[in-house]
Design a protein around this ligand. Structure first.
Ligand SMILES: [Zn+2]
Length: 482
């Protein structure tokens, strides 16, 4: 028989080019016969040969046992066992120390003998997990593995999985408007939580892995994740997404929505490679497993990123501060940050919007020190607003951006800012709101100062960036002009 190889090749490449890049395709050899197509893989002999070929790969250099023994996976006595089953590459026979029996690779089978049935099951399981249960979270791949005992739920889960689109892609920034917490459009977390109606009848494992040059490695495991926790995570996300004080862009204001997902956490974990990755995954662990994140370390990370942003490009600092505040709120609402013990909770006499903001965030404003820092930020924001209105630039911003603030600096800023407002004849902007509140907070601070510069800086920048959303200066100026 003569095969017109070149013709076939051209035909295949032409068809290949006509497919969209998003699709995967398979090539099967087949025979055209009696007005029908007979694929080779239907042939019994071809199938047997393919199966033998597959299993021979697992004998190979790792050796095999043909006299019978116990399978490492199922624990049953089996006739034939294979020594080189390393589909996930978490076991290897390349290093001498890994091999028992006098360093002979052929004796590797004594380390990890696996039977045919288990090889088939594990292989199928992995292929299934890769196709249906593999997801993406801020640059990390993970398997979401449900542990289900209830048969009914198991069937429902299989049904969901079979109906889902198999097509997966990494979302681009354009698709940022996703309702998911991981920003992966094929995310399954919420669906599973809904499936059990938030009841903890199943548990989930998130297995973060890395695949490089056919080597497969687990980076982190988050086990025993409960559907009720996932529901709580989504509820908090929804609350934060709808929190109007966080809307900074025109689009966010129009849609009445901010989009929070775990990429925001990643942005503050730093860029130190392995170390930052570990921090991010530790935070994710605390989120999913109701763990705790150290408040001081978290705020240090938030402030470091904010100050870097201010140095690099101060035009966007407000967005970074807003995201940092959203991260703090997200974690505090999930009780993933330790509350400060023994904080002197502060009652403010005034009830203007700044006071309300402080009252609404008792887990952050645990001491008058944070209140002073925050209100000073708001105060400086008023000066910047006034300067921009009159000169189209804000020299006062240059004084404070990128600064770590301590008590002395904050004490100096208060009169400086007040004098500036008097200078522009705009003290009325703060006369009844910020000014008396800040004075009151300073009295409460008295001689003590119990927070570190990082926490003071964080509170200050939150005031500086969000003040315009707490009280719109345009509106309060109109009021004042009346
Ligand atoms: Zn077995």
């Amino acid at each position: 028989m003569h095969f017109p190889i070149d013709l076939i090749k051209d035909d295949i490449s032409a068809r290949k080019n006509s497919f969209s890049r998003e699709y995967t395709y398979y090539l099967f050899a087949a025979l055209s016969q009696d007005n029908g197509i007979k694929p080779f893989f239907n042939d019994q002999e071809v199938q047997s040969a393919a199966i033998e070929e597959l299993f021979n790969r697992y004998a190979g250099k790792g050796g095999d046992i043909t006299k019978g023994g116990i399978c490492s996976v199922c624990g049953e006595e089996k006739e034939k066992l294979y020594g080189n089953f390393s589909l996930l590459k978490c076991y290897n026979l390349d290093k001498r120390g890994m091999i028992t029996g006098g360093f002979h690779k052929s004796q590797g089978v004594h380390n990890f003998p696996v039977c045919r049935e288990c090889i088939a099951d594990v292989t199928y399981g992995l292929v299934f997990a890769k196709e249906n249960l593999s997801f993406w979270m801020s640059g990390e791949n993970y398997f979401l593995l449900p542990k289900v005992r209830n048969v009914e739920i198991k069937d429902m889960l299989i049904d969901i999985l079979s109906k889902r689109s198999k097509r997966k892609k990494i979302p681009t920034l354009k698709e940022v408007e996703l309702q998911s917490i991981t920003a992966d459009e094929s995310e399954l977390l919420e669906e599973i939580a809904e499936l059990t109606k938030g009841k903890d009848t199943i548990t989930l494992s998130l297995i973060f892995y890395e695949e490089k040059n056919a080597a497969w490695r687990i980076i982190a495991e988050i086990n025993e994740v409960l559907p009720s926790r996932i529901k709580a995570i989504y509820a908090v996300k929804e609350e934060i997404d709808r929190y109007s004080l966080l809307f900074l862009s025109q689009k966010e204001r129009e849609n009445s929505r901010y989009f929070f997902d775990l990429r925001k956490l990643k942005a503050f974990a730093g860029h130190d490679g392995k170390q930052s990755r570990k921090i991010f995954l530790d935070w994710v662990d605390a989120v999913f497993r109701s763990g705790k994140i150290d408040r001081k370390n978290l705020i240090t990370k938030l402030v470091k990123t904010i100050l870097n942003q201010m140095k690099e490009n101060s035009d966007y600092y407000a967005f970074t501060v807003r995201d940092a505040w959203a991260v703090f709120l997200f974690l505090i609402k999930l009780k993933a940050i330790d509350a400060i013990a023994g904080g002197k909770s502060m009652k403010l006499a005034s009830t203007n919007p700044y006071g309300t903001f402080i009252k609404e965030n008792p887990d952050f404003f645990t001491q008058p020190e944070q209140v002073v820092s925050f209100l000073t930020g708001c105060y400086v924001s008023a000066v910047i607003y006034v300067q921009r209105q009159s000169k189209n630039k804000a020299p006062f911003f240059k004084k404070v951006h990128g600064l770590k603030l301590d008590k002395r600096r904050l004490q100096e800023l208060y009169p400086e800012a007040r004098n500036k407002l008097h200078q522009y004849d705009k003290f009325g902007l703060v006369a009844k709101t910020l000014d008396p509140l800040l004075a009151e907070a300073w009295v409460k601070v008295g001689n003590s100062w119990d927070i570190n510069d990082t926490e003071a800086t964080f509170a200050f920048t939150v005031g500086l960036a969000l003040s315009g959303n707490i009280v719109n200066p345009d509106k309060s100026e109109q009021e004042e002009d009346k």
